[in-house]
Design a protein around this ligand. Structure first.
Ligand code: SF4
Length: 103
């Protein structure tokens, strides 16, 4: 279904009729295969209100790094080099859906 959706969406784009599903598919595609820090199961995102200029905290909950900052990076489509990275539940579900769609 994924490939079929992409193909039909691409045909609509070529015909000048862009669709939301095409853009969603394009955004989801790289993130399903890449190892992005934001998709790590050990990542805990929170806020630290004591730091006014940058309150966002990316905390690693892996037993090896427990409580320290995630090594990131948190830049679009740049994979982490962290060897402790594991896909979170959302990414596992997304990958399974893509595999089902390909079948
Ligand atoms: S430091 Fe590594 S294991 Fe920890 S949250 Fe970041 S990517 Fe995941």
């Amino acid at each position: 279904m994924y490939k079929r959706d992409m193909k039909s969406a691409q045909q609509l784009v070529l015909a000048g009729q862009r669709t939301e599903s095409y853009h969603v598919a394009m955004l989801e595609r790289p993130r399903a295969t890449e190892q992005l820090a934001v998709d790590c199961r050990w990542l805990h995102r929170t806020l630290d209100s004591s730091v006014r200029d940058d309150p966002y905290r990316m905390i690693c909950q892996h037993i090896v790094r427990d409580g320290s900052n995630c090594v990131g990076p948190f830049l679009e489509n740049i994979e982490t080099t962290c060897l402790l990275w594991e896909p979170n539940e959302r990414l596992v579900t997304r990958r399974a859906q893509i595999e089902r769609d390909r079948a």
